[in-house]
Design a protein around this ligand. Structure first.
Ligand SMILES: Nc1ncnc2c1ncn2[C@@H]1O[C@H](COP(=O)(O)OP(=O)(O)OP(=O)(O)O)[C@@H](O)[C@H]1O
Length: 229
């Protein structure tokens, strides 16, 4: 078990309270690809952010890799995230003034993991692994959505995280690029054993996961385990 959430609730608003999570219980296995499906506004992003420590639940417990996030302060959570987690977003979130290779280097520069030469070498290796080496010197604005997402995945994986949170990773891509991005995620999961938690609207993406949970109005309403031959 890599993640365990107990009775998570999240309230938004001061006067007009809105309950975005209504007592969510969830366990995520190490090495699995979990897809979270559900209609717009049902609480998928809120759940993902509470599980990763980007946001704080109003009540409930979250344990990741045996550590209670709700017992850490912001600084401890930041360090914990940088050591153990990677993030992939719908709109890639690359830094516009940095090239592809420079964007991929960021996590290693932050964790001071290697000399500048070693860091550059590793970043280039990751670009190669994600079939985007030829765009190493391109800026985000010069790349297609599919290319930017490959760079973002390289950046998410370069620190060898145990778990990667992906919020609509194919939401801004066409069918062909979505397929390629999900293929890359599956390959990385097989090769590295990284756990992936993917919020998606796209049933074709969800179908490639090991398990799908469906949410509605702040609750998990069903679960499906997918068996592949
Ligand atoms: N900061 C906030 N303040 C107030 N309400 C919020 C806030 N963030 C989210 N909400 C509300 O909480 C609910 C859940 O939002 P969330 O973004 O988690 O849904 P979602 O399922 O990820 O939606 P989508 O698929 O459209 O991204 C929505 O009704 C949203 O309007």
């Amino acid at each position: 078990m890599i993640v365990r959430a107990k009775n998570l609730t999240k309230m938004y608003g001061k006067k007009e309270k809105f309950e975005a999570l209504k007592g969510v219980n969830l366990e995520i296995n190490e090495g699995e690809i979990l897809a979270i499906l559900g209609p717009s506004g049902c609480g998928k992003t809120t759940l993902l952010n509470c599980l990763s420590g980007l946001d704080e639940p109003t009540s409930g417990e979250v344990e990741v890799l045996g550590k209670r996030l709700d017992r850490m302060n912001e600084e401890e959570k930041t360090i914990f995230r940088s050591e153990n987690m990677g993030f992939i977003f719908q709109f890639f979130n690359l830094i516009p003034v940095l090239t592809a290779v420079e964007n991929v280097e960021i996590p290693l520069l932050i964790s001071k993991n290697g000399t500048p030469t070693e860091i550059r070498k590793k970043a280039l290796e990751w670009l190669e692994r994600l079939h985007i080496f030829h765009r190493k010197n391109a800026y985000p604005s010069e790349m297609s959505g599919g290319e930017q997402q490959r760079v973002a995945i390289a950046r998410a994986l370069i620190n060898n995280p145990k778990i990667v949170w992906a919020d609509e990773p194919t939401g801004a891509l066409d069918t062909k690029n979505s397929q390629e991005i999900i293929d890359l995620i599956i390959n990385m999961n097989k090769e590295l054993g990284t756990t992936f938690v993917i919020v998606t609207h796209d049933i074709n993406v969800a179908k490639r996961a090991h398990r799908i949970i469906k949410m509605d109005s702040g609750q998990i309403v069903s679960e499906e385990i997918l068996v592949r031959g």
